[in-house]
Design a protein around this ligand. Structure first.
Ligand SMILES: [Zn+2]
Length: 288
């Protein structure tokens, strides 16, 4: 990627993606590898996060998110270990997350994703997505050395083939796109946002999975508290829209009247909440 393309890519990301909790001097192009638990890292660059799991037998990574970012991630992994990357997990199908994994394919990594992503990632006309080698239906445990990364399919949420990524032994949860802390994001990101599915995912994760560490797919920082707050936002949105629909209000009336003041400090609250009301309304009425 030349410098102009870099600048364009960066401005698109900075202008649109999850600029959440970023310090004023935060530089999204600067790669960062943060160790969260022994051998478990959050790799961040361009407002995309990957889970990097290092064991004695090899390395597991998630979501290359572009060739330039994947190459930098590979470089940073080499600073920690000389073991090969043996598994690449796609959290979901979206091209901005799945493209660019060729560098890992070349060293022999296996690519893993939920079954429903297979057809979707095969439709990349520019063939920038390494096609998955292994798929699963509802659950898969990916093991390398002493490390274990579980993939749970809890149904449609943001897209149709999202893996909820969980490390049961390390108590780490990686939640991509369906969890964005303190950010009411832009309306053009919502068409794939199945809000009822997302609420179901939150409920199942809180009931079934144990974790003390959370990584969001985009925000520099998350936590179990921020995750819980996000869950409360989706639940409050559901409750308000549901009650409005029961009272016979139209979507336009709901968009104009629903306020969730307990979340009014969230980024994008003022300008984007009506679009989220509309999306939730359609999701309740239609089912996705
Ligand atoms: Zn995303």
């Amino acid at each position: 990627m030349n410098s102009l393309m870099k600048a364009v890519a960066l401005s698109l990301l900075v202008g649109s993606a999850a600029v959440v909790h970023a310090a004023p001097d935060f530089n999204p192009a600067k790669p960062s590898m943060t160790e969260l638990k022994a051998g478990v890292y959050q790799y961040s660059q361009f407002f995309y996060n990957s889970l990097v799991v290092v064991s004695d037998d090899g390395v597991i990574v998630t979501d290359p998110s572009g060739a330039m970012r994947a190459a930098e991630m590979r470089k940073q992994i080499r600073k920690i270990t000389d073991k090969p990357v043996t598994k690449v997990i796609y959290s979901h199908d979206h091209f901005d997350h799945t493209r660019g994994g060729q560098i890992f394919k070349k060293e022999g990594a296996e690519f893993i994703t939920q079954k429903g992503c297979l057809e979707l990632v095969s439709s990349d006309l520019k063939r920038k997505v390494v096609q998955p080698d292994i798929t699963y239906d509802d659950f898969m445990s990916v093991k390398v050395g002493d490390k274990q990364v579980d993939l749970h399919y809890y149904g449609s949420n943001d897209g149709k083939c999202m893996s909820v990524i969980h490390m049961p032994k390390d108590k780490v949860l990686f939640a991509v796109d369906w969890h964005l802390p303190r950010y009411v994001n832009e309306s053009y990101r919502l068409p794939e946002h199945d809000y009822v599915g997302i609420l179901n995912t939150f409920k199942r994760v809180q009931t079934d999975l144990e974790f003390d560490t959370v990584i969001s797919g985009h925000a520099p920082v998350s936590s179990p508290e921020l995750f819980e707050e996000d869950y409360r936002f989706v639940q409050a949105l559901f409750d308000a829209v549901w009650e409005g629909i029961q009272a016979g209000k139209t979507t336009e009336e709901l968009k104009a009247s629903i306020k969730l003041p307990q979340f009014n400090h969230w980024r994008g609250y003022e300008q984007n909440l009506p679009a989220h009301v509309e999306r939730m309304s359609y999701s309740i009425w239609h089912g996705n």
